[in-house]
Design a binder for this molecule. Sequence first.
Ligand code: HEM
Length: 125
Amino acid sequence: MDTISKFSLPLLLFLLTLAFGFWLSKVGRPYNGALFNIHKLVALGAVVFAVIQISKTGVAGPPLLVVAFIALGLCVVALFASGALMSIGKLDYTLTLTIHRIALAVLVIAAGLVVYLLNPAQLMK
Ligand code: HEM
């Protein structure tokens, strides 16, 4: 099975997280409780299933892969922290939203790098 197929469930949950994130943003503050919780829980599901799949697959690849995984982890932490801060209204809203958006952009790049670097490793198995 190729990397994309293995990660199809977390990928689907990630796309749902994006959809609910933009929807939540569009409705605006005060946040709709249901949309906020769905966005947060689907994001958590995506992370949990991605970690399960990574632990099943094992990580074999160049050192850059480790860097990409560390970047992914940091982005997830930044997304959850900035999301929580936006919801409780702590810290500057523009700053936390910017962190949420930058962390998302870096996460997409790091995830792309992981998929790219994992593929040749899978072919060698
Ligand atoms: C993998 C994790 C996550 C991803 C990919 C993600 C993605 C997004 C996206 C794309 C938006 C729309 C931003 C925009 O309009 O430019 C958004 C908004 C938002 N997200 Fe997340 N998110 C994640 C996790 C979380 C978590 C865990 C929380 C809460 C604890 C959260 C809280 C929020 C809030 C409150 C907004 C609305 C921001 C606004 O006022 O426009 N997010 N998210």
